[in-house]
Design a protein around this ligand. Sequence first.
Ligand code: PGA
Length: 261
Amino acid sequence: MVLLMRKFVIGGNWKMNRGTAQETKEMLVPFLKAVHTLKNVDIIVAPPFTALQTACDLIKGSMVKIGAQNMYPEVKGAFTGEISPVFLTALGVNWVILGHSERRHIVASETDILIFKKVKAALAAGLTPIVCVGEKLEEREKGNTEEVNRTQFEGSISGLSATEVTKIVIAYEPVWAIGTGKTATPVQAQEVHGFLRNLLTKKYGADIAQQVRIQYGGSVNDKNAKELFSQPDVDGGLVGGASLDPEAFAKICLIAAEIRK
Ligand code: PGA
């Protein structure tokens, strides 16, 4: 088995909170200044589609990469209102968040099979997908946390080849912790991250499973990041609310950089 230190990955998901060119400048200019020396963490900022061009222009020459929050699993065609992965790469976008719980449960009823198709299409276009999984509060309360995460893993990830799976990032995002201020405790996060890594091990073997990065998402901020990121199977965070504050988001990236130097 190869023992390695996985590089942290920190994503900032702006959701639909900032999206104009002006807002993008106000967010990114101070943030880029604060993180420009960090090399040992993958940092991704994911603004809405309308801000991608501005964001891609602003990050030129920095280590920060830009991600989209969604895409369609076809390259071209009659899909009104949708965005092709190759439109994203043409802009200079390198990452894409797929299967976020707000798309699974609120805006689009996205299914595992659709998310799997998106993951395949993203990889084919050369994008790195962040694939989100996570249980709702009532599912956790019924004792179904593992079952829900297993089903989502099997439906949206485990059809990938071993080579493909090492190119994705998994984000464990308990739905009850997103935007609620109710962070999973470090122990709760580690339990599910460990469970997901076990699923990876069973399917792909330990060498591959050890290479796949699993982020935690759900009310991560500059106060709780250190403890969460210190868990052995937590390889960074997908940050919503706190990524809207350039100073707090930079702090979270600096915390990650300190833990795995
Ligand atoms: P939050 O969002 O940090 O505001 O809880 C996380 C996410 O949805 O990715």
